[in-house]
Design a protein around this ligand. Sequence first.
Ligand SMILES: *Cc1c(COP(=O)(O)O)cnc(C)c1O
Length: 224
Amino acid sequence: MTNIKDNLVIIKQQIAHVCQLTHRACDEVSLLAVSKTKPASMIEQAYQAGQREFGESYLQESIEKVQQLKHLPDICWHFIGPIQSNKTRQIAENFSWVHSIDRIKIATRLNEHRSSQNTPLKVCIQVNISNEQTKSGVSTDELAELTKVIDQCSNLELRGLMAIPQKNAERAAFDKMYQLFNQLKQTHPQMDTLSMGMSGDMQDAIAAGSTMVRVGTAIFGSRN
Ligand SMILES: *Cc1c(COP(=O)(O)O)cnc(C)c1O
């Protein structure tokens, strides 16, 4: 049996340990619990253990879980998966954060579908930092243009960058992401989120400057 509560304690200790080694304050790094493919009951266990931020990648199942867990008032949902343009309404209506904006069309549609009665949708731009053909994300050349578009979207708040680096090349990719993030911060002082690091490479990501690690397997066990 997966002991979610113990796993959360262990991961937080690991985050604190890397922060200490790299002279970072441990409250600079937050933990996003990636609950894709896992049932609402497991999310609720993590919630009871104090976890509030949850990441989902597959829209249909995530909407069901958002509905099932409506009774948890301060639960916060992050969409982290690839986005089809016909899904932007459901994402804008059900999530507080989106980490995976990768093109202008998605940004403008999320902006249209986010009610101005609601708080702005907090967003990160996904960067294809290892230039992989199969991965989503903008190239570093396209980043400035997409940033400008999001700046004009009053129902979106640009909070940072996200990346999923290529296996075995994570270290250099994380360093590049940190540079891009710092450059953008000079013109965007509200940017506070560098979303990188997963179960297998969380330590390197934190050492390189991540402010949010997205951890699934190490909390909820392996996925089928
Ligand atoms: C699934 C997923 C994760 C979590 O991966 P683990 O290896 O299970 O920690 C993180 N980020 C994204 C974008 C994911 O899709």
